[in-house]
Design a protein around this ligand. Structure first.
Ligand SMILES: [Zn+2]
Length: 286
């Protein structure tokens, strides 16, 4: 699932290529992806792209006269920029991976795609991004929040730090992958309770958040410039690396179920060498 670094890179990539271009047409193929009906999608035709921004994990393509095409890529969504399209024919509603297509006046444009059968990509056409419920609820941005606000936000929600860090209302932009990376960099157990974190641990966590996200944005921007089609992440230390050696200490990266998914961590770096118990299993055993 694209998180803050990937969406930040996509926004930058789109700014370079689409700002100043006029929209010829917006076609919706996956009708269920479009969450708004007023203004209609035909309202963007003839308008000029003025910006592409990020709000948490949401991408916002702004056209003149204040219309925002706000996109949540969800688990398997992506944006593909095209230098040109093979056919000028309108996109037809159907079951293919393309959910939405934007054509620009120079023949270029972009497709929003979603792989798999579980469709949760969401697109909103609004006059103010805050009209999108998920955007309105976002906490401060995880990349730019200062240390005191960061500490205040994390402490505002009592729970396991993994869950709190990925709660978009607490901080915007961090998901399952980068929270694994941030907690590893901060040498914190994903199950540490937020109300027991010391000031020093919160300062370390803040610094780790900023460093991990900044480096990931830089890697994503480099990757996107070369190949926007590549959704693969590089440079991860623990996330999706179960069974591989931790690049910091050489211990084996472990996995444990968390919140309907799984998380990865390094026992030596993060939990004093202890293996975290799978809560679902231990509940069954007990
Ligand atoms: Zn380690």
């Amino acid at each position: 699932m694209p998180e803050l670094p990937e969406v930040e890179a996509l926004a930058g990539y789109l700014r370079q290529r689409t700002v100043g271009r006029r929209v010829d047409r917006l076609d919706v193929a996956a009708v269920s992806a479009l969450k708004t009906y007023d203004p209609p999608t035909s309202a963007v035709a003839g308008r000029t792209v003025v910006d592409a921004r990020r709000h948490g994990k949401f991408l916002d393509v702004v056209v003149d006269a204040g219309l925002h095409l706000v996109v949540h890529l969800a688990r398997a969504g992506w944006l593909h920029y095209r230098e040109g399209f093979p056919s000028a024919a309108p996109l037809r509603p159907g079951k293919g991976p393309i959910a939405l297509r934007v054509r620009l006046d120079d023949g270029s444009g972009f497709d929003l795609t979603e792989a798999g059968t579980q469709k949760s990509l969401a697109v909103y056409l609004v006059t103010d991004p805050a009209q999108v419920p998920g955007v309105a609820r976002l906490g401060p941005d995880a990349l730019t929040v200062d240390q005191s606000v960061f500490a205040e936000r994390i402490r505002s929600r009592r729970g396991q730090v993994k869950g709190v860090l990925t709660d978009q209302q607490v901080l915007a932009g961090v998901g399952n992958a980068y929270s694994d990376e941030i907690l590893h960099a901060a040498k914190l157990s994903p199950f540490a309770l937020t109300d027991r974190l010391t000031d020093e641990q919160l300062a370390t966590l803040h610094a780790a958040t900023r460093r991990v996200l900044t480096e990931a944005v830089q890697r994503s921007v480099g990757q996107r410039a070369a190949e926007l089609k590549s959704e693969k992440r590089s440079g991860l230390q623990v996330h999706a690396r179960t069974g591989l050696p931790c690049p910091v200490c050489g211990d084996t990266v472990r996995e444990v179920s968390f919140s309907g998914s799984s998380l990865q961590y390094c026992p030596a770096c993060q939990t004093g060498g202890r293996t975290l118990a799978d809560r679902r299993l231990s509940r069954l055993v007990r």
